[in-house]
Design a protein around this ligand. Structure first.
Ligand SMILES: CCCCC/C=C\CCC/C=C/CC(=O)SCCNC(=O)CCNC(=O)[C@H](O)C(C)(C)COP(=O)(O)OP(=O)(O)OC[C@H]1O[C@@H](n2cnc3c(N)ncnc32)[C@H](O)[C@@H]1OP(=O)(O)O
Length: 292
């Protein structure tokens, strides 16, 4: 979609994307193109599965975020694609959020690339006119939750899983476009509470506050999303897509206009010693936990 490409180029990312739309891609092309994703487009149903595939936890490193943005963009431009289902091939984990090992002691130039890739990943999913849905079959903290928030419909599995934006608890202030996406989904009151407290939610509470649209047994999660997708793609794409743009355009414009400012603020925060210490301690805890 020209509009997404414009935004992405405005953000200064995905320079490697082709300017012209690449139609008539084959099943194979998608399947073999990515290191951290499986992308399969069923030309009959016109629905693609974009499966996060970076073991052990689908933590989002810079390259994976670029791949997600690129794959979404390619599908967005593919006339054979009307819907994208995002899911995970890691049992019980949708995505563990940003790859903290890449954020720890990151050099400024690398961090800038990393953050722009996060902005691009979000805006590409958020801005596509294609229907997007998330099958959240496990944990979805922080940036994992952000991927889900960028879609049109979210189904989460029952179970001892968490979803939410825990940045405050990590000592990191929220940024504007994540806050906006959360409030657009859950409302001002829930946003004020959840974002200040850095709350994580079990599936039933996530459902209550509108962070997810449905909670079902794990084995029914993907089939439920596929069922909804079948309905959504029946709606005439032009009208539905334009309506979606109408609703999301302002947020997209804001992100584009303030992307550099966001980058500056986040660079200052994230590379500051206190936050680096927090990330270091967090990583140490995770290592200790997995050794136990
Ligand atoms: C840095 C914050 C910036 C905030 C800026 C503000 C707004 C911007 C918006 C976007 C920002 C997003 C921020 C983030 O995404 S920060 C990351 C937050 N993520 C978490 O807090 C989750 C951490 N992980 C967990 O809680 C758990 O791993 C789990 C997802 C619940 C799964 O638990 P379990 O099944 O028990 O698996 P393990 O804990 O043993 O993990 C397996 C394996 O994976 C490694 N790992 C897990 N998470 C991460 C990660 N985020 N980054 C890097 N690596 C991760 C873990 O260390 C294990 O590795 P080993 O098997 O090698 O030991």
């Amino acid at each position: 979609m020209a509009c997404i490409q414009k935004t992405l180029r405005g953000l200064g990312v995905l320079r490697q994307l082709p300017r012209e739309s690449t139609v008539n891609q084959t099943y194979c092309r998608y399947a073999s193109s990515y290191k951290y994703l499986q992308v399969d487009l069923d030309k009959k149903t016109k629905v693609a599965h974009l499966t996060l595939a970076r073991k052990p936890a689908n933590s989002l490193n810079c390259d994976m975020m670029k791949e997600i943005a690129m794959a979404t963009n390619e599908l967005d431009q593919d006339r054979d694609c009307k819907g994208i289902i995002i899911n995970s091939c890691v049992p019980n984990i949708f995505s563990a959020g940003l790859d903290l090992t890449e954020l720890y002691q990151a050099k400024e130039l690398f961090f800038q690339d990393f953050w722009r890739s996060l902005q691009a990943m979000f805006s590409t999913i958020y801005g596509t006119k294609v229907v997007t849905m998330a099958a959240i079959e496990g944990h979805a903290p922080a940036a994992g939750c952000i991927i889900a928030l960028a879609t049109d419909y979210r189904v989460m599995s029952e179970g001892k899983f968490n979803i939410g934006l825990n940045e405050s608890m990590l000592g990191i202030p929220m940024n504007f476009w994540v806050k906006d996406a959360f409030i657009a989904t859950c409302g001002q009151r829930e946003g004020e509470r959840a974002l200040q407290l850095g709350q994580m939610f079990i599936p039933s509470t996530a459902l209550q506050i509108g962070l997810v649209d449905e909670v079902v047994p794990q084995e029914l999660t993907l089939p439920t999303v596929q069922k909804h997708m079948k309905q959504w793609v029946k709606v005439p794409g032009g009208a539905r897509g334009l309506t979606k743009s109408l609703i999301r355009q302002q947020a997209m414009d804001n992100l584009k206009a303030k992307a550099d400012e966001d980058l500056l603020i986040m660079t200052r925060h994230m590379l500051s010693q206190p936050i680096q210490n927090t990330i270091g301690a967090y990583l140490e805890n995770m290592t200790k936990k997995s050794k136990r």
